[in-house]
Ligand binder design. Structure first.
Ligand SMILES: [Zn+2]
Length: 355
């Protein structure tokens, strides 16, 4: 399977842009002349080439639009067997499910351990292997909505380092779970091991390097699973208790210089935000994603802006205009509600202390 994946480099050699029809024709010709290519399924090869063409077209479009480097989609890199994980996509013509088993084009039959029942007929399937060597099938189905009773309440959510989520309700704050505090040390050790055992470019990886990489992947996966689990549990209670959510649209910065603690906090926020958005979608709740700019500088009570950003060490927000005093994160969470156009009165109030 990996052979088919990494051998698609032919498509990169072409300088002209090709439509899907042309690419299909090229594939048919290539299959005629190369016997090893005929061994695999045409459907899977076709999809691989189309996906490649799509990401390449997007990269070209971004370059033409002169987008700054950071926002630009990268050119798809030719995959190499030794450093790319195998993945194959099958569209509707390329697979069917019969008797609980997955039949893929090319005569491959897979016995699948189903994680849940399929709510509808899937439109496509992606078969892939993760960094631990486990194989997965990911099926695309029409998402179902399970409505929950209305509560008439709204919640503002602000993300942070100490508390992963600070909200306008004291009962719904989520402290940073510190997942992988010891695991992080383990991970760092394996990463140092990988660095020591790395071979020069164009040389195959040593067995010791691969072992260290696998161990590092295992630790990261474990931490990621714990984060996802915590995020889902929290999202469930939030979605049950509130109809409308105003959520800071947090995007991690991926700075090389950030501390381990900041990286861990960012990863926790990312997993929790994703869980919340998905849970809200599932239960038909409204999510307003609020742009995070200056939310920590604004007074949720009167809307006046502070002249300077509060230093992170300052945990209390004191408004110079109206005198409202509230914990810094609670003020930010309320600003989310205000910015989303939701009535803060429908949220649990943070009582402003008079000066
Ligand atoms: Zn104020």
């Amino acid at each position: 399977m990996s052979r088919k994946v990494h051998r698609h480099n032919r498509a990169t050699g072409e300088e002209t842009t090709c439509g899907p029809a042309q690419l299909d024709k090229m594939l048919t010709e290539a299959r005629r002349s190369m016997s090893w290519l005929r061994v695999g399924s045409a459907v899977a090869q076709q999809q691989t080439i189309r996906d490649f063409g799509k990401s390449r077209a997007k990269a070209l479009k971004d370059i033409k639009a002169k987008l700054p480097m950071r926002q630009r989609a990268g050119m798809p890199k030719p995959k190499r067997k030794r450093d790319a994980l195998p993945t194959l996509n099958y569209n509707r013509n390329g697979f069917r499910i019969k008797g609980g088993r997955l039949h893929l084009a090319g005569g491959i039959v897979l016995t699948v351990v189903w994680s849940r029942d399929l709510p509808s007929v899937p439109s496509s399937v992606r078969v892939y292997r993760d960094s631990l060597g486990h194989w997965y099938c990911s099926l695309v189905v029409v998402a179902e909505t399970v409505p929950l009773p209305a509560t008439g309440r709204a919640l503002g959510v602000d993300w942070g380092v100490r508390e992963t989520a600070s909200t306008t309700s004291d009962d719904h704050d989520l402290p940073h779970a510190q997942h992988g505090k010891t695991a992080a040390q383990k991970l760092a050790r394996y990463q140092r091991m990988m660095a020591r055992r790395r071979t020069p470019k164009n040389r195959p990886d040593t067995a010791g390097y691969r072992r260290a990489r696998k161990a590092a992947a295992k630790v990261s996966k474990k931490i990621a699973r714990q984060r996802q689990d915590t995020g889902r549990k929290w999202a469930k209670t939030v979605v049950r208790d509130f109809d409308a959510l105003a959520v800071e649209d947090f995007r991690p910065k991926f700075l090389a210089k950030t501390t381990m603690a900041r990286k861990a906090a960012d990863a926790a926020i990312g997993a929790t935000k994703a869980a919340l958005v998905e849970m809200a979608r599932k239960h038909g709740r409204t999510v307003h994603l609020v742009h995070p700019a200056h939310t920590t500088m604004e007074c949720a009570q009167c809307g006046a802006g502070a002249k300077h950003a509060l230093p992170l060490s300052e945990r209390t927000y004191t408004c110079t205009a109206c005198g409202a005093v509230s914990p810094r994160d609670k003020n930010s969470a309320r600003v989310m509600l205000v910015r989303a156009g939701l009535n803060p009165a429908s949220a649990d109030l943070v009582s402003p202390a008079p000066c």
